[in-house]
Ligand binder design. Structure first.
Ligand code: FES
Length: 287
């Protein structure tokens, strides 16, 4: 008899959240509304964390949550001024965190995009509760302010859970080439005449795909799976010594895999390449 394996409750909740009616049309509307901003590559590189070497959003998201977590402690010991200050600074930090989250969200699709939007909406509710708490505290309504702080913190924690699911379950904003290494030995991959300037070709090496091309006569070899979200680089284009990913337009220098333009924040693994007896051989990074 076939055994049923029901999903654990937390997985059922996440699955239900991403199917909430209205998330998809709201996503589409938001994509259009944000389009003038998401087209600004410099702004997106700043918000998505290319300068930092990985996503900026998870770094900033700890700040408001950390501040707001400290508020009930200060409330308990009766430090009203300190508590009000932390609520206020947390609200400012939440604004900056939301901007980085929106930038990351702008390059998501399907169920990931819906769940990420739900994560953002729950965080917005958390921020609204904290702003309400701040207003109540400034008017001297301490009991109400404390209550709203705790409610905002609980709501923020629920949003953080959804955010964690996006990263640890959906692998959003992680390096999609992190686990790839080798080949440790020089490996024959192609005839030298098959690697052409300005043309992207792909070869299979150890059950994975390697991108080959030639820049200024030199053979360049990169991991073909884009580090951002796994796009196939060989289906992209070559421009001025770099390859442009066909999925979200990240640009990697062919010579060494450096990220020249996001949303990717991790460099593309590159291989040493050499010519031997008319054949191209490559060798990858070690574990
Ligand atoms: S998969 Fe997103 S830029 Fe390549």
């Amino acid at each position: 008899m076939k055994q049923e394996h029901p999903q654990p409750p937390y997985a059922q909740i996440v699955a239900a959240v991403e199917e909430i009616p209205g998330l998809e049309p709201l996503s589409e509307w938001l994509v259009k509304a944000l389009d003038p901003l998401t087209r600004r590559r410099t702004l997106m590189d700043l918000l998505q964390g290319r300068w930092l070497g990985h996503a900026l959003h998870p770094v900033l998201s700890d700040v408001p949550l950390g501040l707001w977590t400290s508020v009930p402690v200060l409330d308990l010991i009766g430090d009203d001024t300190g508590a009000t200050m932390l609520v206020a600074v947390g609200c400012v930090a939440a604004g900056a965190t939301a901007a980085t989250g929106a930038a990351d969200w702008s390059v998501t699709y399907g169920r990931d995009r819906r769940l990420a939007l739900a994560h953002g909406l729950v965080n917005t509710a958390a921020l609204a509760l904290q702003v309400g708490s701040l207003a109540a505290r400034l008017r001297g309504r301490r009991g109400r302010g404390r209550l709203l702080s705790v409610a905002g913190l609980a709501t923020g924690a629920a949003a953080a859970y959804l955010g964690g699911d996006l990263v640890f379950d959906r692998a959003l904003a992680v390096n999609h080439t992190a686990w790839l290494s080798g080949p440790a030995e020089w490996t024959d991959v192609a005839d030298d005449t098959d690697v052409t300037e300005g043309v992207l070709s792909v070869v299979d090496v150890d059950d994975r795909k390697v991108l080959l091309t030639r820049v200024d006569g030199i053979v360049c070899a990169l991991e073909n799976t884009c580090s951002h979200a796994g796009g196939p680089l060989n289906e992209g284009s070559v421009e001025d010594g770099h390859v442009v990913c066909p999925w979200h337009g990240s640009r990697f220098r062919l010579r060494d895999g450096a990220v020249l333009g996001g949303p990717a924040t991790f460099p593309q693994p590159h291989f040493e390449a050499r010519k031997l007896d008319g054949r191209v051989q490559i060798r990858g990074r070690e574990d």
